[in-house]
Design a protein. Structure first.
Length: 213
């Protein structure tokens, strides 16, 4: 299931927007190689993200089989941990529409571990030794846009500017607002994902581990 031109266009748009926001944010961003806080905790990804990750893993297999094998081993372990609580179809890996109310996503404590499994699950693409992404060039859009301020809908219906808790720690509200990512990106991403799904006969969202199993 190739990603195609639509995905290349989306990635290019996000890259331009990120470069602009990064230039404006300057010292307010803590993001750097080895900073992997945002790589711990599960999150949904689009089918287009999933296809991009699979392409990235296939390319890595051709150039660094040992590294690809380590990713697959981490994927297998992650799927084994998550499968008993997976809020969706285990065969397809597609999440239910109401997945956010499941124990993996709503911060419920699991008696077996004493902690929220979803919040503590590392991304299987994260190299635990270096703290860097083994499929960085193929990473999901969520990963590409995390850090700079981005508009998100709040519980009260208001639009909030979400940032990583490690970034903008000493910035004013005005400084944060001045560094936000292009607010049209979510709509462009949604349109690109819709086109991809229609072209490939897929739907819904999945998790990184289930995309790569």
């Amino acid at each position: 299931m190739p990603t195609g031109r639509s995905d290349s266009t989306l990635v290019a748009l996000v890259s331009v927007a990120l470069a602009s926001a990064t230039a404006r944010a300057a010292e307010h961003l803590a993001c750097r190689p080895g900073c992997s806080q945002c790589c711990v905790g599960i999150f949904p990804i689009a089918q287009q993200d999933a296809a991009r990750l699979r392409e990235g893993l296939a390319e890595l297999q051709a150039t660094d089989a040992a590294r690809a094998a380590r990713i697959r081993a981490r994927v297998a372990h992650s799927v084994a941990r998550l499968a008993p609580y997976f809020p969706g179809d285990l065969t397809s890996g597609v999440l239910d529409a109401a997945y956010e109310s499941s124990p993996l996503f709503c911060d419920e404590v699991l008696q077996e571990t004493g902690e929220s499994l979803g919040d503590s699950e590392p991304c299987p693409v994260l190299d635990p030794e270096t703290g860097t992404c083994d499929l960085y060039q193929a990473r999901p859009i969520t990963c590409r846009t995390f850090g700079p301020p981005m508009q998100t809908p709040g519980d009260d219906g208001e639009v909030n500017l979400a940032t990583c808790e490690l970034c903008f720690t000493h910035a004013t509200t005005e400084q944060i607002a001045a560094c936000q990512l292009d607010p049209t990106l979510p709509a462009q991403e949604a349109a690109s994902n819709e086109a991809f799904n229609a072209a490939n006969g897929v739907h819904g969202e999945t998790l990184v581990a289930f995309a790569l199993r």
